[in-house]
Design a protein around this ligand. Structure first.
Ligand SMILES: [Zn+2]
Length: 205
């Protein structure tokens, strides 16, 4: 198993899976865009890290990718990265309190129709739960939960608590009590801003 240290250690603090997926865009305001996900192998590592793939599923998908790398990279570029770009055109404007274009919402709804056609109710101990009908070796196991959480999040009351870090553009659901989360994290952009504030306060004093 190839371990990608960057992905193993990246912060998962978007508080919604679809936002953590968008935060694989390392820094929104830097060009060229830097991504934690550079190829299908990275996507697989990410899937395991966030828990959408079990160890076994990871093994099954890694085997399929090793047998047909071209197909795996095509899925990475044409499905996973397209979805990330589309979700970014939806959630980033919402975090800025701006409207999403009708065209992008239409594109998202096409994805919803495709993915949710594979949704299933599955028996669980003592009740029923949500499941998917994909075959065991389907790559959609990685992207489907991203689409599903985006779909649920868009219609939830929590959507108004979406925010973005002014410095790097990471997106998050603000779950703080006072609803005043500003930064991706205090250790990263927050501490740099704090140091700057400190400097200005003391210079003026
Ligand atoms: Zn930041």
């Amino acid at each position: 198993m190839v371990i990608n240290e960057e992905i193993e250690q990246m912060k998962l603090n978007g508080n919604v899976l679809c936002l953590d997926f968008l935060n694989t865009i390392y820094h929104r305001f830097k060009t060229p865009l830097e991504s934690y996900l550079k190829n299908f192998g990275d996507l697989l590592c990410w899937g395991k890290r966030v828990g959408v793939l079990s160890e076994d599923q990871y093994g099954v998908l890694a085997k399929r990718a090793a047998e047909n790398p071209t197909e795996a990279e095509a899925f990475f570029a044409s499905e996973a990265m397209e979805i990330r770009a589309l979700l970014d055109r939806i959630f980033y404007p919402i975090a800025q309190r701006e409207e999403v274009s009708a065209q992008d919402m239409e594109a998202f709804n096409r994805q919803v129709s495709f993915y949710l056609a594979h949704a299933q109710v599955q028996p669980l101990t003592g009740g029923y739960g949500f499941g998917w009908s994909w075959p065991e070796n389907s790559y959609f196991w990685i992207t489907a939960p991203v689409i599903k959480t985006a779909y649920d999040f868009l219609m939830s009351d929590q959507l108004r608590r979406i925010g973005s870090c002014p410095k790097c553009g990471w997106l998050f659901l603000d779950v703080t009590k006072n609803g005043k989360r500003r930064w991706c994290s205090m250790e990263d952009c927050g501490s740099a801003a704090k140091a700057k504030d400190y400097y200005h306060r003391h210079r003026e004093a």
